[in-house]
Design a binder for this molecule. Structure first.
Ligand SMILES: [Zn+2]
Length: 475
């Protein structure tokens, strides 16, 4: 990999110079190359820089070998030219919260902790067709998740590159999903050692763990060189930031400690109580302002998964429950969503409160953005009505709706994610030397963010993927 990168950079940096001299010396024996050059495209680099028009992006050996003006670039012999005038090239998207190991449910409605291979395969291919070239799987049965990751890496399965955690550590094992009970220091350390030995990339800690056990988990995981991702509630985001956690998921902390004293009474922290939390919390008070400062200061990455909250708060809304793109989700998922939506017991009054509270969720995201917190984009598929592929594009639109400019949203979903994964030397931007994970768009996403859906081509490690062919093969 390193060799390929160095060679790619060398060609990119020096090709213009080489050309001007070699061309004069030996017209017939000009430099040769291989791979493909996308000619005439506008480059959106994923770093937040203004788009560059009429460029050539030369892909060779799976990496970006050169980015130059189409007016002055001279193609080395052997390079295949792909003329794409008026098209836009951006980095492959990264879904930082995609449970790609799809789990079935048993007769009692409890998730079975063994993945359904056919559904998982369908989800992976769908994500790639939607321009998602990397995912973080933030909790899954560890063995299944590792096997899936390795099959994609080996080229045996079509899908985004996978970075995976194993079963989530919680005080008690829940009755659903990939959770493992770690009620004390010994069990926390043993479970992290077990998962690390299996080969997970990260450790996931869950909502009922105390700050003391979160501290133990961080200590053990970091000792084994694994980052820690938290879906937290009992432990506040402020506490976790100060303890040195690496990443936090979901829209808000929902911890009682952030509420004014009178609202803390009777607050149990249920899903419905999130409405009370949003109605009572003061975003400009010292508790939340302190949280944002702590997240920024300790460089904790927050992945708001807004679409996973919106689909719950609007779980009564046909735009989700009757989404015309529902067919893109495996039948297994659609069946589970119909029967277990998390908000099945909500009354019309609850939904009315949820709709009214929803803008507060976006407001908190904006405050974290403005406060310098490194944000990423994630969908939390397959939560109810969170459709594989479609949902990350919805997430981008929600980030924009929160008030984040389109170029910054694109950076959040590409470069920021690569930084958060520690993979920014290879991924997350259109730059010479980077792995050629690219999305080609027919229309400009920086003018209208929903144009991220106008995907004509996807490249993964320089390999061409035809999105419509992939999707039609799944039907
Ligand atoms: Zn999740």
């Amino acid at each position: 990999m390193r060799g390929a990168r160095l060679r790619g950079s060398w060609r990119g940096i020096s090709s213009a110079l080489l050309f001007s001299t070699l061309f004069l010396l030996a017209c017939d024996a000009g430099p040769t190359g291989s791979g493909q050059a996308l000619v005439g495209v506008t480059v959106i680099d994923g770093l937040g820089n203004p788009p560059l028009k009429n460029q050539v992006v030369w892909i060779e050996d799976g990496r970006i070998a050169a980015i130059e003006s189409a007016e002055t670039w001279q193609a080395p012999r052997g390079v295949q030219l792909v003329k794409l005038p008026g098209r836009f090239v951006m980095p492959g998207l990264i879904d930082m919260h995609a449970h790609v190991t799809i789990l079935p449910i048993d007769d009692n409605g409890a998730l079975v902790n063994t993945m359904d291979r056919a559904a998982s395969k369908q989800v992976l291919a769908t994500l790639l067709a939607f321009g998602i070239t990397t995912v973080r799987n933030p909790a899954a049965p560890a063995e299944d998740a590792i096997a899936l990751r390795d099959q994609v890496a080996a080229g045996d399965l079509l899908g985004p590159r996978i970075v995976t955690a194993g079963d989530a550590l919680n005080r008690t094992a829940a009755t659903f999903g990939p959770f493992v009970a770690t009620p004390d220091e010994t069990t926390v350390r043993h479970e992290i050692q077990r998962q690390a030995a299996l080969g997970v990339d990260a450790i996931k800690v869950y909502s009922t763990l105390s700050p003391e056990l979160i501290a133990v988990a961080i200590d053990e995981a970091h000792r084994l060189d694994k980052p820690v991702i938290g879906h937290l509630q009992r432990t506040t985001w402020t506490e976790a930031a100060e303890l040195g956690i690496d990443a936090i998921t979901h829209s808000a902390p929902w911890s009682r400690a952030y509420l004014p004293a009178d609202a803390q009474e009777g607050y149990r922290g249920t899903l419905r109580d999130r409405l009370t939390w949003l109605e009572s919390v003061d975003f400009d008070g010292p508790a939340i302002q302190g949280m944002i400062a702590a997240l920024a200061e300790h460089k904790i990455v927050v992945d708001p998964t807004l679409i996973a909250t919106q689909t719950k708060f609007f779980g009564d809304d046909p735009r989700h429950t009757n989404n015309p793109e529902l067919h893109l989700a495996p039948e297994l998922c659609r069946d589970i969503w119909q029967r277990h939506s998390f908000v099945g017991d909500w009354t019309p009054d609850d939904f009315a409160r949820a709709h009214a509270a929803w803008p507060r969720v976006l407001e908190l995201t904006k405050k974290m953005y403005e406060g310098g917190v490194l944000l990423t984009a994630g969908s939390d598929l397959p939560n109810p009505w969170v459709i594989p592929g479609v949902s990350l594009h919805q997430e981008l639109q929600l980030l924009a709706k929160a008030g984040i400019p389109p170029l910054e949203v694109l950076k959040i979903a590409t470069h920021n994610a690569a930084v958060a994964l520690g993979l920014d030397a290879d991924l997350g931007s259109v730059e010479v030397g980077k792995i050629a994970d690219l999305v080609v768009l027919a229309t400009d996403p920086t003018v209208l963010l929903k144009n991220t859906r106008a995907i004509s081509q996807v490249f993964q490690g320089g390999r061409f993927i035809d999105p419509s062919a992939v999707l039609s093969s799944l039907e």
